[in-house]
Write a protein that binds this ligand. Structure first.
Ligand code: ADP
Ligand code: MG
Length: 264
């Protein structure tokens, strides 16, 4: 079953007085099945985040459609968006920016439950501590603030927050790009394990083809707001057909020892 179907998506940004609008995304098609991970790869500025943001309702859709669970959500109103956020969550690159520094981790993880579930304080606490443990943190970490954690730990917290309400889709936008290689591998493996348990679909966005390859069954290659190539990860790697993809594959680093631990 298809969970997310993006067809002919266009996102146009105004550029100011007497300058033509800028087409950041220009007719992109993309499909994600239930429980599947699709990799969206391309150089910086190619429109990857814009696509993720359009799916999340954070970028203006000027053409095409976004269907989620069979419904067109491209023009969803704020109220419908709030309901959708139960099924659609996001992990951004910089959890320092997205985790509220003045809230404890426990408060941050309880928030999605407060919005979407009607649980007693005791039940909420036990859900939070189960999730903390699940992502490799301790129960007592609920009392601490984001500043007390390392980058990798903060990204585990961002993953935990995204999964509190068991969403159907998680958009990961450069979710491990700020981490060193061995921490990247740990967080990627955590995501894979959680996906195996919970069955969510992932739109996995990164400029790093090696990371995208490790996570995705299928890859979409983006260049200047348009899809250059798409296919199974295996096919794209074995025989990239588009010159841009060939360059991307050639530029992907030769596996070093840290990378090798990612290749199970
Ligand atoms: P990527 O995630 O692939 O690096 P983005 O989707 O962030 O690319 O950006 C694609 C293009 O759209 C870039 O040229 C960027 O400068 C532009 N852009 C992104 N967001 C906005 C915005 N809110 N207003 C104007 N231009 C934007
Ligand atoms: Mg981006």
């Amino acid at each position: 079953m298809t969970l997310l179907e993006v067809s002919g998506l266009r996102v146009t940004y105004p550029q100011g007085f007497r300058r033509p609008d800028f087409n950041a995304v220009n007719g992109v098609d993309l499909e994600i099945g239930e429980g599947e991970t699709i990799g969206l790869v391309g150089e910086s500025g190619s429109g990857k985040s814009t696509i993720g943001n359009a799916v999340l309702g954070l970028a203006p859709v000027s053409g095409g459609s976004i269907r989620f669970d069979g419904k067109d959500i491209s023009k969803a109103k704020p109220r419908q968006r709030r309901l959708l956020s139960e099924h659609m969550q996001v992990v951004f690159q910089d959890p320092y920016g997205s985790l509220n520094p003045s809230r404890t981790i426990g408060q941050t993880l309880a928030e999605p439950l407060r919005v979407h579930r009607d649980l007693s304080p005791t039940a909420t606490r036990s859900e939070v501590s189960a999730m903390l443990e699940r992502v490799g943190l301790r129960d007592s970490d609920a009392q601490r603030y984001p500043a007390a954690f390392s980058g990798g730990q903060r990204q585990r917290i961002a993953v935990a927050r995204a999964l509190m309400v068991r969403p159907k889709l998680v958009v990961c936008d450069e979710a491990v790009s700020a981490l060193d290689l061995s921490t990247q591998a740990q967080v990627l493996n955590l995501l894979k394990d959680l996906q195996a348990e919970m069955g969510m679909s992932i739109l996995f966005i990164s400029h790093d083809l090696a990371v995208v390859r490790y996570m995705s069954s299928r890859i979409v290659v983006l260049y200047r707001g348009e899809v250059m190539e798409r296919g199974t990860t295996r096919d794209i790697y074995a025989s990239p057909t588009h010159p841009y993809t060939q360059k991307l594959v050639a530029a992907a680093p030769i596996p070093d020892p840290d990378r090798r631990t990612m290749q199970t």
